[in-house]
Design a protein around this ligand. Structure first.
Ligand code: AMP
Length: 171
């Protein structure tokens, strides 16, 4: 884990004052560390009966796609509004200031699916809990949520108390 942590760069006051932004670009650029992080991310779920991996735009696409590839599964993108071309299901959720929206194709998942949700980071948990709700609105089941980074002080895990939550690096 130490090797992964040393490839996460802290950028103070980005994108606004007071935010300690966790930059994963050094991690994803290093092939050994990227592989290690993806393997650690999926390790607890290797024997599970998962049918799909879902990830949120944008950095969830990087880790989610690789996790899906390693598990031999397909990837389902949860996107910002107006990006998906077919019929969509949408959800709005509150941010610290204002609100955000995510969309999923209505035929992306169904009641037979058991989904692993993947993102780079969990902060307040708003994005991940909205994503779980969206997945459930299509009738699918969320088996677990996996993150490379968890910001413990923001207690995002509490919003996901219904689910198994796996994080590699805690700040
Ligand atoms: P939240 O909904 O508060 O859990 O925020 C999680 C989403 O915002 C994730 O998709 C992260 O990529 C992004 N995010 C939130 N806080 C940070 C941070 N300090 N550094 C990098 N990304 C962050």
């Amino acid at each position: 884990m130490h090797q992964i942590e040393t490839h996460i760069r802290n950028i103070p006051d980005f994108p606004k004052p007071g935010i300690q932004f966790k930059d994963i670009t050094p991690l994803v650029k290093n092939p050994t560390i990227l592989r290690l992080a993806v393997h650690q991310l999926i390790h607890p779920f290797m024997g599970d009966d998962i049918t799909a991996v879902a990830g949120m735009e944008s950095r969830g696409f990087i880790f989610g796609s690789l996790a899906a590839w390693e598990l031999g599964l397909g990837f389902v993108p949860l996107r910002k509004p107006g990006k998906l071309p077919y019929d969509v299901q949408s959800i709005s959720y509150d941010l610290e200031y204002g609100s955000a929206e995510l969309e999923i194709h209505t035929d992306a998942l169904n009641e037979n699916d058991k989904v692993l949700l993947v993102d780079d980071l969990i902060a307040t948990g708003g994005t991940a809990s909205a994503s779980c709700e969206l997945i459930e609105q299509l009738g699918a089941r969320v088996m677990a949520c996996a993150f490379v980074i968890e910001l413990d002080s923001l207690k995002g895990r509490e919003k996901l108390s219904k689910y198994e939550v796996h994080s590699l690096i805690h700040y």
